[in-house]
Design a protein around this ligand. Sequence first.
Ligand SMILES: [Zn+2]
Length: 86
Amino acid sequence: MKVLCAWCVRDGRPAYLREKSPLDDPSETHGLCGDHFTSLSASVGQVVTSRVWLISRVNDFSWGLTRWAQRMMGRFCSLLVTDIER
Ligand SMILES: [Zn+2]
């Protein structure tokens, strides 16, 4: 079987990578060449990194929001308590 880089086929570049068993089978199968594997794993890594960054920012934000809400609730409750005590 012939192994062709699926991305090179899409880009119209020479896509032949290697032969794969069974060698007497003339059909084609698809893989990724070194260049495209590198660029794909780089873009996947970028997506993962930005997603981790976003999640950590969201965690910071929700943590800050929780702290703020607790402080506001505490203030509100203490106001309520002093009103009741009066
Ligand atoms: Zn390729």
